[in-house]
Design a protein around this ligand. Structure first.
Ligand code: BDR
Ligand code: CA
Length: 347
């Protein structure tokens, strides 16, 4: 790092998933991020598939971090996978290598707890990009982590419209009880929902820049670029067919991008409740940007605006986002896989 701020220590809790894969590459490919661990959770596909996908992404890009698998189903709600969007493997499209690396022997929940407790209070940020099952379980198993975590920057929810139902976004819909636990924690949560991530499109122009960066890089860079392009080819097809999108949104990578470049995303303070019971609205994130005394939430009567701990992402600087994605190809091509990967604190 040449600038003064130390690399941001993160644990990426994910369910790869095409856009989760890009989040992994962006995190490992930025010197502004210290990727401490990757944990997996059942979501886009079965726990086994998403874990294998996470391992394959790391193998392709030469990323060496502990990977542990976690919850194989939601807390209460029956499991739902997302084959219509992510295919039979959870990450169809790219040809994946046979995985050779070993998983961390711990359950993801324990790896999260151990890692948070091993670092200075206020230094580790959790970045969940799948259903929030592991995070909720970690909070229940070791409530002391809540005080120590710097921030939770999660992909999930929306304040306008859903993508599984008209009201609900996938990660929240799959495990709404876990989501409500996370939003009610006494920590700062940043909700990076669909309103933001639908601005992060992997357009033809971005794909062309990634291709170019790959061509200018060494063998590893070329492989990473080709992997990204294969990811977007499949994801772009399903997003075109299912949602009529002109290009695939790179949802999960937005959480990592805003940690690399804090000016990349605009946020607003709000109160967020998760709808747990609605026949048509289950899994909706009810976002109140205008808390007023007397207005009711899942927590009862609203707190004052200044007491709210939740920030909701509203606007993305696409050009800065695209530049980070392209730069990650160059960095990974040069063999730079993040600021450091030691799960124990560094002296
Ligand atoms: C979220 O759901 C999954 O399909 C994606 O990986 C992303 O985390 C978008 O709703
Ligand atoms: Ca995801």
């Amino acid at each position: 790092m040449t600038n003064a701020s130390p690399a941001r220590k993160i644990i990426l809790d994910c369910d790869p998933g095409h856009d989760d894969a890009i989040a992994i590459l962006l995190a490992a490919g930025s010197p502004a991020i210290d990727l401490l661990a990757i944990t997996t959770v059942a979501g886009n596909h079965s726990l086994d598939n998403v874990t294998r996908n996470a391992q394959a992404v790391c193998q392709i890009a030469g990323i060496d971090v502990p990977i542990a698998q976690g919850a194989d189903r939601p807390l209460v709600t029956p499991q739902i996978v997302s084959e219509d969007i992510h295919g039979n493997s959870g990450m169809d499209g790219p040809v994946l290598p046979e995985v050779t690396g070993q998983l961390d022997a711990r359950h993801a929940v324990d790896l999260i707890i151990d890692t948070v407790m091993a670092h200075e209070p206020g230094t580790v940020t959790l970045v969940p990009t799948g259903p929030l099952t592991n995070i909720a379980l970690a909070m229940r198993k070791a409530p002391e982590i809540v005080d120590r975590v710097r921030q939770v920057v999660l992909m999930g929810g929306s304040y306008t419209r859903g993508n599984v139902t008209p009201a609900a976004e996938y990660n929240i819909y799959v495990d709404p009880e876990a989501a409500e636990v996370v939003f009610r924690g006494a920590w700062e949560v940043v909700m990076v929902g669909l309103d933001l991530t639908h601005q992060a499109l992997a357009t033809d122009a971005l794909q062309q820049r990634v291709r170019q960066a790959g061509e200018e890089a060494g063998e590893r860079g070329r492989e990473v670029a080709q992997f990204m392009l294969d990811i977007w080819e499949f994801f772009g097809k399903t997003y075109r067919e299912v949602f009529d999108f002109e290009a695939p949104p790179v949802h999960d990578a937005c959480c990592v991008a805003m940690l690399i470049d804090p000016d990349l995303v605009r946020t607003e303070r709000a109160h967020v409740s998760v709808e747990l019971h609605g026949e048509w609205t289950k899994g909706q994130t009810v976002v109140n940007f205008e808390t007023k005394p007397g207005m009711r939430h899942s927590t009862g009567v609203a707190e004052r605006m200044s007491d709210l701990r939740t920030l909701v992402a509203t606007e993305l600087n696409w050009e800065r986002f695209a530049a980070l994605v392209v730069e990650s190809v160059r960095q990974l091509g040069d063999g730079n896989t993040g600021a450091g990967h030691d799960p124990e604190p560094r002296s």
